[in-house]
Ligand binder design. Structure first.
Ligand code: NAD
Length: 439
């Protein structure tokens, strides 16, 4: 497992310039992490190129974007999209008899989920079909991207792909019990993970969250050769998650959301970066803080790690920007709540001995949850959310934006001359960068 390597500083003004190419390997969603990085690439004058994961027709067949979808996606990205579907994972890929893992899962009921009798031979066939499909689509996409590279350019590949929860009702029911369940409805993540269905989910996570990075690195070897020919740089970044350092009781402490079911896939992502780094490729996984996005909203309680960003910002010293931010945060709260009250309640949660036991065990990450932790976390999450006036416009939305912007700057700057294949961005550096940028 990667050594804990938190970045403590950054060098502004990286050398990326007009005419260099920024490739987003994943789709762009409104609140997603990639927005911060793309803002930096655009500000540097880089040409933006994107990909699509494609869409599915009524029969479930993967297709490219249609004309309207492509126009909308290119407008949002601010660049050209290579319109070849790059959906990863194999849950919807047909086995030799035409059935998919999702078809098998659709027959599983809550009454028999522990003995689902999945046909693993067929699942393996789907897996191989999914690998071949993704590989050939990546190869073709990267060939088209190679043709767009002008003489003398540097290339920045930003991998964002993560996911892999099979699209089946039974999986939704089970993961909801694991990450949102309490009392009778709670299921410990370890029980789910040890099951046959859990093993299928885990393997699909590997396919989407980790193996896509390997495919990108392997299939873009000729781009590296070409760019090396004129002494240019090709850098690769991927968004990792492996806990974050935040302020608890006035101290910087590593902590994590639990249970992070994708954790083993994120560790594999780190291993892929380390493997390529040893071959001289600038591939770096940036383990980023918890924020609220389309992907993380499922995990209620993940936002509890975000509130203490206010304490980290205050530690850097106050300035009009921070005073304004605090006022804007306060405005989102009910008249009966206050920012100070909210922060104290969050601190009490993070200091609870049950929660602290998880935080003091970095080596054992990713850890499974239990009923006690789930109760504490979900009750705390609900209490803090209820302090907002409007649950659709909450304090953590604003704090997420701060982290997205800052992480964009930090990753962009670090990637010019990266220090290591796996690094962590904690609240300390996010705060340092944001206060310096806004002072
Ligand atoms: N949100 C967080 O708290 C957090 C924290 C640390 C790291 N990250 C990582 O940041 C990255 C971006 O996530 P985000 O939270 O900004 O959310 P997001 O929803 O904006 O991005 C998710 C990305 O995954 C891609 N994706 C999803 N399923 C896919 C599939 N089957 N095949 C191919 N691509 C697929 C999407 O196209 C998109 O680019 C992810 O790697 C995520 O794990 C997120």
């Amino acid at each position: 497992m990667a050594q804990f390597y938190p970045l403590r500083d950054y060098q502004p003004n990286p050398g990326f310039k007009k005419g260099d190419i920024f490739v987003l390997f994943g789709e762009l969603f409104n609140r997603g992490y990639a927005n911060g990085l793309i803002d930096q690439a655009k500000a540097a004058g880089m040409t933006i190129v994107g990909i699509t994961v494609g869409r599915r027709d009524a029969q479930g067949t993967l297709r490219p974007l249609n004309k309207d979808e492509l126009t909308a996606a290119e407008e949002k990205l601010g660049g050209q999209i290579i319109n070849i579907p790059l959906w990863a994972g194999y849950d919807q890929d047909p086995a030799l008899d035409g059935t998919t893992p999702v078809d098998q899962l659709s027959k599983v009921k809550t009454s028999n989920w522990q003995t689902p009798s999945l046909d693993w031979k067929k699942i393996e066939e789907s897996k191989q079909a999914g690998i071949a499909r993704f590989r050939s689509a990546s190869r073709e996409s990267l060939k088209q991207i190679e043709n767009l590279i002008p003489q003398g350019a540097n290339i920045f590949f930003a991998h964002t792909m993560a996911g892999g929860i099979p699209k089946a009702k039974i999986i939704l029911v089970l993961t909801n019990r694991v990450v949102k369940g309490q009392g009778e409805k709670f299921m410990p993540s370890g029980q789910f993970w040890a099951s046959e269905i859990g093993k299928l989910v885990e393997d699909n996570f590997y396919s989407v969250t980790a193996n896509t990075f390997r495919e990108l690195l392997a299939e873009s070897a000729s781009i590296r050769d070409k760019v090396a020919g004129w002494g240019g740089k090709v850098v690769y970044t991927a968004y990792g998650y492996h806990g974050t350092e935040i302020q608890i009781q006035n101290q910087l402490q590593w902590q994590s959301y639990n249970p992070y079911l994708q954790g083993s896939a994120k560790i594999r992502l780190e291993e892929i970066a380390e493997e390529y780094w040893q071959q001289g490729v600038r591939a770096t996984v940036y383990n980023c803080p918890e924020i609220r996005t389309n992907s993380s909203d499922l995990f209620s309680g993940v936002e509890l790690s975000l509130y203490p960003l206010v304490a980290a910002l205050r530690k850097e010293g106050t300035c009009p920007w921070l005073e304004r931010l605090e006022k804007d945060l306060e405005k989102k709260l009910n008249p009966s709540s206050s920012l100070e009250g909210l922060l104290q309640a969050v601190e009490a949660y993070h200091s609870d001995p049950v929660v602290q036991a998880y935080y003091r065990d970095f080596a054992a990450w990713p850890k499974h949850n239990d009923a006690k932790l789930a109760d504490l976390m979900l009750n705390a999450s609900n209490r803090m959310m209820a302090m907002n006036q409007n649950r659709k416009d909450v304090v953590t939305d604003l704090l997420s934006e701060v982290v997205v912007q800052s992480s964009g700057v930090l990753i962009f700057c670090e990637s010019w001359e990266p220090h290591a294949p796996v690094v962590w961005l904690g609240h300390d550096l996010i705060a340092k960068e944001r206060i310096a940028a806004n002072r």
